[in-house]
Design a protein around this ligand. Structure first.
Ligand SMILES: Nc1ncnc2c1ncn2[C@@H]1O[C@H](COP(=O)(O)OP(=O)(O)OP(=O)(O)O)[C@@H](O)[C@H]1O
Length: 351
């Protein structure tokens, strides 16, 4: 079991900066997810924790020990990658056992440990097979068992579900969550998939361009995004964002006039609202009125989108709601559903 601390971490290669001034305290037993778009520095940060990259500046602590300069094998971590990394000429049993042999763990314990780990990921019946005889999901479970078998202090998982199809991803995701709950091992999990982040994490680290944008529980980052980047990255659909001006006590943009505003807003501002927090009507007396751009039937709900300038705005309506493309509709945005952001910096304005 271990807490992890990153203090003022930077990673540069010549003039390229991968990670800048990154600070993070991860609690013992916590499930932390690094979330962000491609190239934002997630993998680099994780590789520094693993010892596969050296930070250019800053210190990394695992437990009470500063591990800068310590070899990956001496950090008591297990890693799981997108590409499984199984040995093709070894059976499932030998693949899972491999870390125990390498670390010269007492051979009399191997059999029981391999069986315990393989049972946890429900691989018990496949121990004699070779990786080529397994499906993608089964291979990833072998990789998980191989990470578990050592009973490390920390798990590092880099996009472990990316090679699986959508259905398998959902079931393997649940298995990882269940496993981490049973093992109570500090886990850092890297993904660009916000649904994985929201469903797995105790806390999410949202990253962009090498910088930490927000650290919080899934509920915190969903309900109170720190800036427009986080707002537009979290949620499906993401939060609607519309730039406008405050004039005569109203928020105005094309076809938009919103009254009853809080006092402290600057003259130019971005309003944000989630599709499920607003209502849509075929009356034309709401806050934003425009022709329907598209209608998407999802089965449990209907998504109605309109366009204001370049902004595509989406409302989640009842599953029975129907409107035709081109028909005028209005979005009604209750005061409690409104988020406000500084238009220049993108930062949240707390009212
Ligand atoms: N060895 C390297 N030399 C130079 N630049 C690098 C190196 N490794 C990574 N980078 C750069 O650092 C930045 C962060 O990369 P990183 O792989 O951490 O991103 P990521 O968020 O994990 O992306 P992805 O989801 O695509 O894996 C990128 O701009 C990348 O091009």
């Amino acid at each position: 079991m271990a807490k992890i601390q990153l203090k003022n971490i930077c990673k540069r290669w010549g003039s390229t900066t991968g990670v800048r001034d990154f600070n993070l305290d991860i609690e013992d037993k916590e499930f932390i997810v690094f979330l962000g778009p491609s190239g934002c520095g997630k993998t680099t940060t994780m590789r520094m924790i693993a010892g596969l990259e050296d930070p250019t500046e800053g210190e990394i602590y695992i437990g009470d020990n500063c591990v800068n300069g310590l070899d990956p094998k001496d950090r008591d971590i297990s890693m799981v990658f997108q590409s499984y990394g199984l040995y093709p000429n070894l059976t499932v049993y030998e693949n899972i056992r491999f870390p125990l042999k390498i670390r010269k763990v007492d051979p009399t314990t191997h059999d029981a440990r391999v069986h315990k780990a393989s049972d946890m990921v429900e691989l018990g019946k496949l121990l004699d097979r070779y990786p080529r005889e397994l499906s993608g999901g089964q291979r990833q479970r072998v990789a998980l068992a191989r990470a578990i078998v050592r009973e490390p202090n920390v798990f590092l998982m880099d996009e472990p579900l990316s090679n699986l199809d959508a259905k398998l991803r959902v079931s393997t995701r649940a298995q990882i969550k269940h496993l981490q709950h049973s093992l109570q091992t500090t886990t850092i999990y890297v993904t660009h998939d916000q649904i994985e982040a929201m469903t797995l994490a105790d806390r999410v680290v949202v990253m962009s361009m090498g910088e930490l944008q927000q650290l919080g529980t899934p509920t915190e980052i969903y309900d109170k995004p720190a800036n427009t980047f986080v707002a537009s990255f979290i949620g499906s659909p993401a939060m609607n964002l519309l730039d406008g001006k405050i004039q005569d006590g109203k928020f105005t943009a094309d076809n938009t006039s919103i009254k009853d505003l809080p006092n402290a807003l600057p003259n130019t501002v971005t309003i944000g609202f989630r599709a499920e927090d607003i209502s849509v009507t075929t009356e034309t007396n709401g806050d934003i009125t425009a022709p329907v751009y598209s209608v998407e039937l999802l089965g449990d709900s209907t998504l109605i989108s309109i366009k204001i300038g370049d902004a595509l705005l989406i409302a989640k309506a009842d599953k029975t709601f129907r409107a035709n493309i081109g028909q005028q509709v209005s979005f009604i945005i209750p005061a409690a559903a409104r988020h406000w952001f500084n238009q220049e910096s993108g930062a949240r304005i707390d009212i």
